[in-house]
Ligand binder design. Sequence first.
Ligand code: NAD
Length: 684
Amino acid sequence: MIAIVNIVHTKRKIKKMKKFREAILEGIPKTLPKQKIRNLNISHAPNRKHILNNEEKKLAIRNALRYFPKNMHNDLAKEFLHELNEYGRIYMYRFMPEYDLKARNINDIPHRSKQAAAIQLMILNNLDHAIAQHPEELITYGGNGAVFQNWAQYLLCMQYLAKMTDEQTLVIYSGHPMGLFPSNKNAPRVVVTNGMMISNYSKQDDWEKYNALGVTQFGQMTAGSFMYIGPQGIVHGTNITLLNAARKVDSKAIDLSGKIFVTSGLGGMSGAQPKAAVIAKGICIVAEINKFALHKRHEQGWVDEIYDDLDKIIDRALEAKANLEAVSLAYCGNIVDLWEKLVDRNIKIDIGSDQTSLHNPYSGGYYPVGLNFEESNIMMSSNPDKFKKYVKISLNRHTNAINTLCQQGMYFFDYGNAFLLESMRAGSDILDINNKFKYASYVQDIMGPMCFDYGFGPFRWICASNSKEDLLKTDKIASQVLKSIMKTSPDDIKLQMNDNINWINDADKNNLVVGSQARILYADSTGRIEIAKAFNKAIAKGEISAPIILGRDHHDVSGTDSPYRETSNIYDGSKFTADMAIHNVIGDSFRGATWVSIHNGGGVGWGEVINGGFGMMIDGSKDSDKKIESMLHWDVNNGIARRSWARNEEANIAIKRAMKKNTNLKVTLPNICDDEIINNLNFK
Ligand SMILES: NC(=O)c1ccc[n+]([C@@H]2O[C@H](COP(=O)([O-])OP(=O)(O)OC[C@H]3O[C@@H](n4cnc5c(N)ncnc54)[C@H](O)[C@@H]3O)[C@@H](O)[C@H]2O)c1
């Protein structure tokens, strides 16, 4: 009986696989598929602003119809107009694939080029319903971080990737596959640009308009570069930030144990805070006003205990502090009420931050104190001016409470959510006597000098076999490599090395994989190269069963120019330039990347950042070894050289070390002028 069931099961599987492969190879279907309705059980992108006039709507529909044969135009034109009127964009829901979008073993994906199959695997993962925020609108994360603008672009790209060879390169303009162009086996298989605009057309409404026309998209960071690996990345980054914040407040601290971290937000990225704090062995109190978000994170096990009584949650935190217990506690309510209660009770807090969505303060990113969740939601649309006043008053109270606790010794940092900026705009007491912010951002104080300037950044890899066994082997290899490098590491990077050894040793236990079999850790140039080479060797020996895909987050040393985040600790005036990110992607492309991408927008918003990344498939060959050495070295040292030229001391040390190690590296070093000479100049 069991044997029969197994045979039926296998037959079904083979049939499903055949359908999947056929659908990919077909691309745009030859006959019009059945109309599809949106799945109401999943999250959908908010309806976008209606920005096009009727003439522009005609252009948007004409643009969309370019993907389809003439005989479909009559039906589709009406349907696309309906989508535009209803949702503000044309997603082409009718063309959503029938098969499951998810990472699979690379050999199950139709291909002529293994490298192209690796890219397909990553695209499928970025659109997996377990991963993507609004999968049917092709949005992976961040509200508008798109993989493609519409389903026609997806279908065409997957078809091109399935049919292309290692003598071709697929060119993608903001999700649109311009086509396959002859190249060579050492060239990238795919080159992606997202949201590249003429500078004067890079305001928020330009994105609304040109995205609605179907000619550009917001690729966020790893959404439009196919390198997103689910929530693991943000847990790791937050963990590293908290460990280093603990050391900033206490030079003897190894981790966060015995320290209380207070913050807000249990949403997309903010929801990583309690889990990351517990992995760092600390105590986290997090306020979340949205019951739905709070319970979701509790059910997922990302936050341990929930409270709606302020005294009880504070008492519980104090008890955990006394017992050196690692625990996360969520307060169901407003963060301002929590801060004010801590002031009233005169509680000593070690570290504070905020992760409400203040990059969007007046349309639901920040819930003001004095209104409950529902009242806020009504007022923000029925009386936006009154709501704005509430937000401003709330931010004033918010900063006053933080100021009081900081005067008593708390260390507060901005978590890249525009807390300082919006508090200032609200007229809060957030500037010092020199008219500068009283507090630093996490990159200025922590990530920049402690990680990026030394070359430490979010290196990641994905097992193309899609097998957990392979992932566990890579964990072991990465740990061994880092331990061996650490034996001779200079003292100033030993702590970073150690954090990442601990992280990788516990990674499986912490149950971080969602979607593809992926892993992340922070490593510098040497660490990234040595880990990758060890993987390559293990693939060659057959210890790892299939190729590995290397990549990184764009939130890194060299890939991103973003004056209020990644490059906020650059003080020579160059933080408003984007040469580093552009050089990075060009340099990666001719040193061995399998695909490269460069984006406008991402994290802090359209027009505010240029960021890029790469993917590299390694297959155990000598060629892969050469590419690893050449490309990963550049991908890190480009940024260290720029940071060193900006007079960042840590980067100066790191680049000198890199030049010693590789004598082909010759970087222009800055001469540091004595302050006295500048201060004695007469400017009258
Ligand atoms: N974690 C990081 O590394 C990182 C890096 C850069 C930027 N950010 C920024 O952090 C912010 C949060 O990102 P997200 O993806 O979690 O956004 P999100 O909107 O999914 O989550 C924010 C949460 O804050 C809650 N909230 C809002 N006002 C509140 C209040 N007054 N009291 C209590 N809870 C309140 C909301 O209900 C929401 O659940 C964004 O601005 C993002 O750009 C985070």
